[in-house]
Design a binder for this molecule. Structure first.
Ligand SMILES: Cc1cc2nc3c(=O)[nH]c(=O)nc-3n(C[C@H](O)[C@H](O)[C@H](O)COP(=O)(O)OP(=O)(O)OC[C@H]3O[C@@H](n4cnc5c(N)ncnc54)[C@H](O)[C@@H]3O)c2cc1C
Length: 415
């Protein structure tokens, strides 16, 4: 028997409902709540066990401070966060190229415990006045015209079904883009099937490495970071292989033995692990890493922010920065759209000047990312006989995109 809707009036009407409490959702909630909007943030997960993506470039430090205050303050409870010194990449050839963060305005990047980082942003959203519901899943939405309200949403949890109304709806559900897809907006792919296979390592000998290590190999590319928050004498490190999900290397990478075999083919990261006495621990986990964007970034009384709007190949290392930056922009534009009718901003669709501005910025960001991606894959000209690299030698552009969720590269699933 279906559970009865929970109909507490104090919980049923909101200015803005945000689906997904990752960095994009939490930062959009902070921005809107600080502007005085009544915000409901809905997160389907209770307590996630892992999340990939832990390094922030120097350009993100100001943004992190904007949302979290001083990330290095003990109040933040970001366990073991450390300053990073740069990237060491063996990309276009066997020569290690160092990008040194010392020569940037902040002088360093950051490596964060990702679960703690996302949690800190949620805590700030609650402190700003947003309401966070965890373990609650966005199920569906219906466009309504009822007084001030434009949406009726159905949310599900173990406690039952809850129906809420909102003036504006924000999709921050990550690559799944659950709201946009429910509204019939397709995701567009760049033709790659990139998938990330991650293995954790630990050692007891200590490791003070502050560089992100990147290495191209015939079947794909690797990155490795020492992780913050290691307990006692133990140091943890993450090693990730990116390859296309339909290639034989992907099948190998999904097992520990196969992963080790592929890792032996790396010259730089494998040596580093051996030299410091690292041993693998836990099972291989995986996540989609292909580039994708929505056909439409916003529509009538809704918009997508963060990975839901556009998700990048992790080579860019821009995901968290983009989530926070565009969340600030989105939050302000939604607030102005909801409150200002002086510029002919009567509707809440793409003709509203504030929503239009957000839409244009999203298009600009996608163009910038696409050319950067083409550039970096263009300079790696080795292994012309390997399918992984052959695929990346054809520059991705608008016409090479394809859509539909039946053809989602590699499927949704993490492993
Ligand atoms: C292998 C890999 C390495 C990466 N490395 C880096 C890195 O070093 N630096 C960097 O900046 N970025 C990195 N990224 C990218 C970065 O992790 C993402 O860009 C970032 O998490 C995007 O934030 P988001 O809030 O948009 O989405 P997410 O963090 O994916 O959050 C979306 C949230 O929505 C929730 N949700 C989904 N569906 C529903 C629903 N139906 N109802 C309610 N809630 C829902 C999910 O549970 C999730 O919490 C990496 C990504 C990968 C795959």
């Amino acid at each position: 028997m279906a559970a009865a809707p929970l109909l507490d009036p104090a919980w049923t009407t909101w200015d803005v409902v945000i689906v997904g409490a990752g960095p994009a959702g939490a930062a959009t909630a902070i921005t809107l709540a600080n502007c005085g909007q009544r915000v409901l943030l809905v997160e389907k997960r209770g307590s996630p066990s892992f999340k990939l993506g832990e390094s922030l470039p120097p350009a993100s430090i100001g943004l992190v401070r904007h949302f979290l205050g001083d990330p290095e303050s003990p109040d933040q409870q970001l366990p073991g966060l450390f300053r990073t010194a740069g990237n060491i990449a063996l990309w276009g050839n066997e020569q290690a190229e160092i990008t040194d963060f010392f020569f940037t305005p902040t002088g360093h990047g950051l490596c964060v415990d990702r679960l703690a980082f996302d949690e800190a942003l949620c805590t700030k959203a609650i402190a700003a006045g947003a309401t966070l519901l965890r373990d609650v899943r966005f199920q569906s939405c219906t466009r309504i015209e009822s007084g001030n309200f434009n949406w009726q949403l159905t949310l599900t949890s173990r406690a039952g079904i809850r129906q809420v109304r909102a003036r504006y709806l924000v999709d921050c559900s990550g690559r799944q883009a659950v709201v946009a897809r429910m509204l019939g907006v397709p995701r567009l792919y760049q033709g790659d099937r990139l998938f990330a296979y991650a293995q954790w390592f630990s050692c007891s000998g200590g490791d003070d490495d502050r560089y992100t290590r990147i290495e191209a190999t015939p079947h794909g590319w690797w990155y490795s970071n020492r992780l913050p928050g290691s307990g006692g004498n133990e140091t943890r490190r993450l090693v990730v292989l990116h390859t296309d999900k339909d290639l034989p290397a992907a099948r190998l990478a999904a097992s520990r033995q196969g992963f080790d075999q592929l890792l032996d083919g790396s010259t730089h990261i494998a040596l580093l692990l051996k030299a410091r006495g690292y041993r693998s621990c836990g099972s291989i986990r995986g996540a989609p890493a292909h580039s994708q964007r929505l056909r439409d970034f916003c529509g009538d009384a809704w918009m997508a922010v963060g990975d839901a709007a556009q998700a990048y190949d992790p080579l860019s290392s821009q995901g968290i920065d983009k989530a926070l930056r565009t969340a600030s922009h989105a939050g302000h534009m939604i607030h102005y759209a909801l409150t200002d009718s002086s510029q002919g901003a009567t509707g809440l669709d793409g003709r509203n000047p504030y929503i239009h501005r957000y839409d244009q910025e999203q298009h600009r960001l996608w163009q910038a990312f696409s050319s950067q991606r083409n550039f970096y894959y263009g300079v790696q000209t080795r292994w012309s006989d390997q399918v992984f690299w052959q695929r990346r030698r054809q520059p991705a552009n608008e016409s090479s995109q394809f859509s539909t969720d039946e053809t989602e590269p590699g499927g949704n699933g993490a492993i």
